[in-house]
Design a protein. Structure first.
Length: 251
């Protein structure tokens, strides 16, 4: 047996129907290397290790769960990285897919970690707190569209796949969950520089109630700031709008 640790945001998936839907979402894009984040008690892991011709690894911080997994699934010997996902280096050479029922207390940090690895990770299937999943997938013009949306979607097409109810977990979380799929964009976003894009997006949304003209005035000449687009607020701009503006930034 094992204990559930609130400090690690542990809510273990137990609904086999949901697990099958996640497996179906994973099967859409072929892969040879797969990393599971937070296998916990192995509800999803037991299916993943049966996939043929796959190099599989899992990263799990909780030493008690590592021992439990190794005892119940001996074939995981040598395949578990006993560490925090936020602290590891890419566990494979070449491209690999990431999947996981991600701990809710670090879910946004997990997405930013994946952005650091974007050159190696073409696909991510992730379970998140519904609010985070919706923010990652949000379109411009919506209330949930923000920094996370604009930064993740600069590199990935994001699909919100389905909701997952609290009763599908042990223990049930107090919030709804959602599964999303990130697929690397076929055409990269054309920007002046990655740094310019990130600075612009973060600055614009940091004062999202202000018009763009007031929120990002330090980045543009007074002449450029007279353009109509600066009458809008950050949530009204698409990622293509932000990308185009990077070429007009002063630095």
């Amino acid at each position: 047996m094992y204990t559930l640790k609130k400090s690690l945001g542990q809510h273990f998936l137990k609904d086999e129907t949901v697990i099958q839907r996640i497996m179906e979402a994973l099967a859409v894009h072929p892969f040879r290397q797969l990393l599971e984040v937070g296998p916990g008690a192995g509800a999803l892991t037991k299916h993943l290790i049966q996939l043929p011709d796959i190099d599989f690894k899992a990263v799990e911080l909780d030493t008690e769960k590592v021992e439990y997994l190794l005892k119940n699934y001996p074939r995981l010997k040598g395949a578990i990285i006993a560490d925090s996902f936020l602290d590891i280096v890419p566990p494979f050479e070449g491209a690999f897919t990431v999947i996981g029922n991600f701990p809710y207390n670090i879910s946004t940090q997990i997405l930013f970690k994946i952005l650091e690895w974007k050159e190696s990770v073409p696909v991510v299937i992730g379970m998140f707190q519904k609010e985070v999943a919706e923010r990652a997938a949000a379109s411009s013009g919506s209330k949930t569209y923000g920094v996370l949306s604009a930064l993740v979607q600069a590199y990935y097409d994001v699909e919100y796949l389905f909701d997952v109810a609290p009763e599908c977990f042990n223990p049930p979380p107090k919030v709804m969950s959602g599964v999303i799929r990130l697929t690397k964009r076929s055409q990269p976003l054309v920007v002046k520089s990655e740094r310019a894009y990130w600075v612009l997006v973060k600055t614009a949304f940091n004062q999202r109630r202000k018009t763009l003209r007031n929120a990002v005035k330090a980045q543009f000449t007074s002449e450029t700031l007279q353009e109509d687009i600066f009458n809008k607020r950050a949530e009204a701009l698409s990622i293509d709008d932000f990308a185009a503006l990077t070429f007009k930034m002063q630095s």
